[in-house]
Design a protein. Structure first.
Length: 132
């Protein structure tokens, strides 16, 4: 049987994550997502967007992102399959899923099919600290 964390503790843990992402960036890649924090190998960087500072609001164990700056000139063409987030000093924070509205991914995009030089827009995103 798993553990059940209080809402206050789940909110505190999400606040730590939000603080790490404030003013950081998120890179969007094609290809197979590597192990957490593992080196990028044959994955292709498609676009990079910036988190605001603060990056969002935390309530009841859920981080809801504020507006994330668009990449107005994507680096390459391909299909976004995952993302890697960094703090404001380019330190690794986390890898996460991306998708379209209704996909259940943490980061929701306007499209997963990116064209080099085109715009990639983040429509929103949430991360919830669940009970284990």
């Amino acid at each position: 049987m798993g553990i059940g964390l209080s809402t206050n503790l789940r909110t505190a843990r999400m606040s730590l994550l939000a603080n790490a992402l404030n003013g950081g960036l998120i890179e969007f890649y094609s290809g197979t997502r590597p192990s957490t924090a593992a080196a990028i190998t044959d994955q292709t960087l498609l676009a990079t967007c910036m988190f605001s500072d603060p990056c969002g609001d935390v309530e009841n164990g859920t981080l809801t992102f504020d507006e994330i700056q668009d990449d107005i000139a994507a680096d390459d063409s391909g299909q976004v399959t995952w993302a890697r987030a960094y703090d404001s000093e380019d330190g690794f924070v986390m890898d996460l899923g991306c998708g379209l509205t209704g996909s259940g991914a943490e980061i929701i995009l306007n499209t997963v099919d990116v064209l080099a030089g085109g715009v990639l827009r983040v429509l929103g995103g949430t991360i919830s600290e669940g009970n284990l």
